[in-house]
Design a protein around this ligand. Structure first.
Ligand code: SAM
Length: 232
């Protein structure tokens, strides 16, 4: 088992880099719930602070950071609406980054998966699981405040429409959206790059400035992460 030799800051607030004695380098975040590992990731204590390894093969946000994300709108204090929270892998790292000053509202429609997500949220006071279908934001509008960041990872053919609809309800003017696009969920017959362009155009037609489109391979094949700013 490799040992941690160094931990350093990255260009992004609350995102760190850990180096191991076998030469490997991984992302990590400060553990908001010390002692608890969410998906089997390793925990390390350095000068009294516990860090969690962030596996970019399990998290598209991690992959986007390693693939050259220019700007991370998720920082300490950010309020995030997260669509497609699943069992909480990436939401838990987002919860670490925003710390107790921020909030993460995680929407997930699979009851089985939400049960696992609830166990993760138990130890994280800034993480709020919501069992709901992201197609119907009116059902959770009373539970969610206006947010700085809308994070979308639902792998649905109409994901971009769902994202735009949620932005209208909850995203502040000048807020950011991060949307993971799974090309194969949208159209298996088209080239992934063609699909990314189609979805980006929909965002542009709906008051978003698209800042960056990052292809996530090798972390996620045929997936891209779009970073966009909402003009309201
Ligand atoms: N974002 C998670 C992470 O990085 O840890 C992984 C998300 S997984 C790729 C997609 C999730 O979106 C699944 O758990 C699925 O049940 C959920 N999902 C798909 N359509 C949804 C919808 N309409 N409303 C809410 N959740 C949805």
């Amino acid at each position: 088992m490799s040992e941690l030799v160094k931990i350093s800051k990255t260009q992004f607030e609350n995102v760190f880099q850990c180096e191991f004695n076998d030469g490997t380098v991984r992302l990590c975040t400060k553990n908001l719930a010390p002692g608890f590992s969410v998906y089997g990731e390793r925990l390390f204590k350095v000068e009294g602070i516990e860090y969690r390894e962030w596996n970019a093969f399990r998290s598209k946000l991690g992959g986007a950071i390693l693939k050259g994300l220019k700007q991370n709108p998720i920082v300490k204090g950010t309020k995030v609406l997260y669509l497609g929270a699943a069992s909480g892998t990436t939401p838990s790292h987002v919860s670490d980054i925003v710390e107790l000053e921020g909030k993460v509202y995680g929407v997930e429609f699979s009851p089985r998966v939400v049960r696992e997500f609830l166990l993760v949220a138990q130890h994280r006071p800034n993480l709020f699981p919501i069992l709901a279908d992201a197609r119907f934001p009116q059902y959770y509008r009373t539970l969610v405040e206006d947010v700085d960041v809308l994070y979308v990872d639902i792998a649905q053919p109409d994901e971009t429409d769902i994202a735009i609809y949620n932005a209208k309800f909850f995203l502040k003017n000048g807020g950011y959206m991060m949307m993971a696009i799974k090309a194969r969920s949208i159209d298996v017959t088209k080239e992934p790059t063609e699909i990314y362009e189609m979805e980006v155009n929909k965002l542009k037609e709906n008051n978003f400035d698209v800042i960056q489109v990052i292809q996530l391979d090798p972390y996620d094949k045929d997936h891209a992460m779009v970073l966009a700013k909402y003009k309201g």
